[in-house]
Design a protein around this ligand. Sequence first.
Ligand code: KIV
Ligand code: ZN
Length: 388
Amino acid sequence: MSDQLIIFDTTLRDGEQSPGASMTRDEKLRIARQLERLRVDVIEAGFAAASNGDFESIQAIARAIKDSTICSLSRANDRDIARSAEALKEANRARIHTFIATSPLHMEKKLRMTPEQVLEQAKQAVRFGRNLIDDIEFSAEDGYRSEPDFLARVIEAVIAEGATTINVPDTVGYAIPELYGNFIKNLRERVPNSDKAVWSVHCHNDLGMAVANSLAGVKIGGARQIECTINGLGERAGNCSLEEVVMAIKTRKDYFGLDVNIDTQHIVAASRLVSQTTGFVVQPNKAVVGANAFAHASGIHQDGVLKARDTYEIMRAEDVGWTANKIVLGKLSGRNAFKQRLQELGVELDSEAAVNQAFTSFKELADRKSEIFDEDILALVSVQGSSH
Ligand code: KIV
Ligand code: ZN
């Protein structure tokens, strides 16, 4: 099995399905360029049959982006698939992504189709797509809540028709990491031609486990593609977050043993761009891209980080595109952090007693003000200097 993990970004398709996150063609193009800079392997640019606007966005992205594969979503019918192929015509590398629901609930209540009809439609869709483009991804919507015997039959059949990627979504975010990982593993073992396709995971975050489930799909299940979005944008509570899953794979390479192509230095810029474009604010304590992700406020932590960054940092802020980690001076800060900031500001106090006095004034101020800025420190030492 390959050691390379494919990163499939669906910010522009599933991400855009977040209520209030719709994007114009130019905005999508700007984000696609940033995804290319990130070296995302596959960019799902939209759903060509959904609207003329989506069709044109996919077309523009297919023209402009050269390094990533460009993908368009399609329901499992000839019209949608032909529309995707048309939008992708000028892409350097193109993928058609076709899907149909396979869970009893979705087949009976939503599609009003029998399992045999779903199986036939899935086969027909992949066959039709394969005549237009070589790279075909098949998704079994609500795959995790599907009956494994039936799902295995569908997957075996679509691989036989030429599907090159098999995606098993947890469409409603119902999975638990260990169970999802084993679900993928068992399916792969059950499908005789499973090694003819790359297996993919696509997890929603309804119970806050999208990243954990995706990683279990890889580690336990043997999937080699993760579908994710910048800032975890997506339907309802969102999708697996690209920045978190990529940094987990990189930081814990000792455990996963996998490589990703992502140039992580562009992560923070991508997060900001998506946030500014959609108006979806990133929470300060969000892993990797939140404003506090690399900030240290307590005295003990600040002291540790100033002595050796590894004491409280498992990743480097600079590696994901922050300028540096941040020592936030406030009432919990210690003397060491304060002294270091004086040095950075070029302030030389002539004795340890003067430092102590400045530190006492700083603590008094910090009791009244939640964050102390450089200007506050400079004002404080200049008052102290003038009183000497
Ligand atoms: O969540 C889902 O099942 C999807 C599919 C269309 C891949 O987004
Ligand atoms: Zn989805």
